[in-house]
Design a protein around this ligand. Sequence first.
Ligand code: EPU
Length: 444
Amino acid sequence: MIAATAVSTGRMILRGGRPLSGEVTLRGAKNSLPKIMVAALLTGERCTLRNVAGVADVAIVSDLIRSLGGEVAEVEPGVLSICAANVRPMERAVLKTFSGKSRIPILACGPMLARFRESPVPSLGGCRIGTRPVDFHIRALQDLGATLHDESGNAHLTCERLYGNKIHLDYPSVGATEQVILAAVLAQGKTELANAATEPEIMDLIMALQKMGAIISVDVDRVITIEGVPELHGYDHAAVPDRLEAASWASAAAATGGRIFVRNARQVDMMTFLNQFRKIGGDFAVTSDGIAFWRREAGLHSTVIETDVHPGFMTDWQQPFVIALTQASGVSIVHETVYEERFGYVEALNRMGAQIQIYRECLGRVPCRFGQRNYQHSAVIVGPTPLHGAEINIPDLRAGFSYVIAALTAEGESTLTNTNLIQRGYENLIPKLHALGAEIVSTE
Ligand code: EPU
């Protein structure tokens, strides 16, 4: 059964110094699967979702759908059958059990409004990597005709029905784009969403919705147009493979000097990453089954990167890539423009021997919301620096995986705590590490 048990312990001791080499297999993307599950709430017909990974958000959304009266069953390994025919309006008491666990429940607001004309607004979880507000989500639902009631901190949305509208996002937020799409598919009339995000995971959601009967077009200038339809049907859909996990293993190969074949990795979703990987001295071979990654003999060298929305360099690629940059000759610069607080993890890397300095200034050219606001969002990495083992408490998912790579790059033993956070995005972490020859001293 798909459950959040990929890493069942909160503590791991790793001994580093060996190249990671071998093969890992990707399944559906952590940032795609739960959204396509939410889309199943838009129909009473049965939906089949394939390529499902055992990550925490899948388990959380399965529980959410069941607690609303829907069915979710794993009918074969990695295949979910979802039926929302008997779903009821969402009660705040039910929602409270999901409070703080995940950011996905906010996406159920649109389908709940479309079906029942009301929805409570959940208080969210997810990684602590900045303030992560939901103002764009609420404003977009209001633009589509919902009214926000906020009595004694219990925010609630109601509507007569949802109507298409012209919406402009202040920033191309992934979640807000998905919110608008999921709410507008059953709205009356046409919705034109400008400054939308266009990540491959959003395209995956759109493809599932198109199978359900939705009419959604994506224009070159970041405008997504949704023509509301009266009803939607079931889907049979295989989720796009996880390009964040693929880039994480690629960075691990570069940092440790190994060679990792990532089965199911897709070039089309990773072109920006692959360019940067090659520029720093990594190399790769693309086949129809996946991509092999390794470090060229001449070693790694420094680069300049700026994180950005798709098709830019993803913010979620940043942390594992920085571990590889600690092993690169020269001075690298990383300008983080998506989240204001995504360099908290470097303090522990510096304790391991890295030389990374964080700056408030924008060290780059991408227009950024954080430069004049005192956020430490640019990093300068001087390398190569040998790393040594340390005791590290994991603060968030991507930082967590990065510490695993750092620990396996370092000489000596490292003790990582709070490792259960890694299960949010990396299924079967320990078996995969074993398969790559990592020395795992103990796990709890
Ligand atoms: N933002 C607002 N207001 C909003 C929504 C977003 O100001 O109402 C801001 C955020 O604070 C952030 C920026 O907009 O500074 C981008 O946030 P976005 O909404 O795009 O992020 P998200 O939808 O919450 C998803 C992924 C993240 C990934 C980002 C960016 C999921 C479940 N999460 O988050 O994934 O970093 O898009 O690509 O899809 C991860 O996988 O480790 C992860 C954090």
